[in-house]
Design a protein around this ligand. Structure first.
Ligand code: FA5
Length: 345
């Protein structure tokens, strides 16, 4: 029986060395050294030997077990290292791999215009304020010197919101109600611009949309005159459109300013005598303006003897059209990427 031990040890060592994978090694280990393994079975036969032979055979079996166990451990370490390397290669992340770039969008032309206008006015020393798109009748009309029976209400095709008493809540028709909010919340001196979205029951055409944008301006201080208004708008015109475009003020009427004017700039599309955009006048209307009406100052608790001011309200979308040479406002709202891609930001 003792003769079988070296044979088994040699055969076992060869099988351990030949195991190509961890699973195969585990099988060899069980077959040789497991509870029902061949070396264990040999050990069980020791009882039938006489004491000297039993001691010698027992010693040989123990030596063989120790040798084989050490060989299994060595081989296991080798195979684990090989398996780990193979896994690393298989799962390696190639950080240099070139994939197709995701196409970047850009800011909408209206957003670009909004940001640019705010930049220009902030550069001129104005702060920025915003107000709600759903307004009270008080802020949108009453406080602006437009009482309910006033014929000037007809200047705006108002969209009323079905909330509270009839005709007390509106989708704001202009950004002028933000003037009221700023004057109510802030002590003069005030130098503020207020960009925002406005709503009117207007039919869309080349220069009108039912939802569009305005930027309001408000200055309230001591000794402000119409000359300050004209100078500010001319400075803005040069800063936004460049030195070759000029502004003019044309007498007009707004209930919340007195005197009032329309703000025009040179027609950027003008082709001389046949220009369709400006009706051959050479000028385009971009907004209204004027000196803040004393009634408006009184409505917000300011003393018109102490404070004077001017206000203006420009069509933001129309400013975008003029600056970028677009001749139909509807182009900006169709969502056609071929149009939008011309204005990357
Ligand atoms: C007003 O809305 C006044 N709140 C402006 C104002 C402010 C006057 C402060 C005095 C002092 P108006 O309704 O004219 O005024 O509109 C101002 C500008 O908004 C117009 O000149 C035009 O550029 C633009 N606008 C008016 N209606 C539309 C529309 N449907 N679509 C696009 N732009 C429009």
């Amino acid at each position: 029986m003792i003769d079988q031990v070296p044979e088994l040890a040699a055969e076992g060592a060869a099988r351990i060395a030949g195991a190509a994978e961890l699973d195969a090694l585990r099988e060899v280990e069980t077959d040789l050294l497991g509870k029902k393994g061949r070396l264990t079975l040999l050990k069980k036969q020791l009882g039938g030997l006489d004491p000297d032979a039993r001691r010698a055979a027992g010693q040989a079996i123990n030596d063989a077990r120790a040798t084989l166990e050490a060989a299994v451990e060595r081989r296991r370490t080798e195979l684990a290292t090989v398996a780990r390397s193979a896994q690393l290669v298989a799962e390696r992340l190639d950080l240099t791999e070139v994939t197709e770039q995701r196409r970047r969008g850009s800011l909408h032309l209206v957003t670009q215009t909004w940001d640019r206008l705010v930049d220009v006015f902030v550069g001129m020393g104005f702060t920025v304020a915003e107000g709600p798109e759903v307004e009270t009748d008080w802020h949108n009309f009453e406080a602006l010197n437009i009482p309910s029976a006033h014929p000037a209400r007809g200047m705006w095709d108002t969209l009323y919101v079905d909330l509270g008493e009839p005709e007390t809540v509106v989708l704001r028709t202009h950004t002028s109600p933000v003037q009221i909010r700023v004057m109510t919340d802030t002590e003069p001196p005030i130098y503020s611009v207020m960009p925002g979205r406005v709503f009117r029951r207007d039919t869309a055409d080349a220069s009108h949309m039912p939802v569009f944008h305005q930027i309001e301006g408000l200055v309230v201080d001591r000794g402000i005159s119409f000359a300050d208004l004209a100078g500010t708008l001319e400075a803005f015109t040069s800063a936004y459109f460049g030195g070759s475009i000029h502004s003019r003020l044309r007498p007009s009427y707004f209930p919340f300013t007195e005197p009032s004017a329309e703000y025009d700039i040179n027609c950027v599309f003008c082709e001389g005598s046949g220009c369709r955009t400006c009706g051959q006048t050479g000028w385009l209307e971009l907004g209204g303006c004027g000196m803040v009406h004393p009634n408006v100052l009184t409505n917000v608790g300011l003393d018109p003897e102490r404070w004077t001011g001017f206000a203006f309200g420009f069509g933001l979308d129309r400013l975008a059209l003029m600056r970028h040479g677009v001749d139909d406002i509807r182009e900006m709202y169709t969502g056609d990427v071929r149009f939008l891609e011309q204005f990357p930001a």
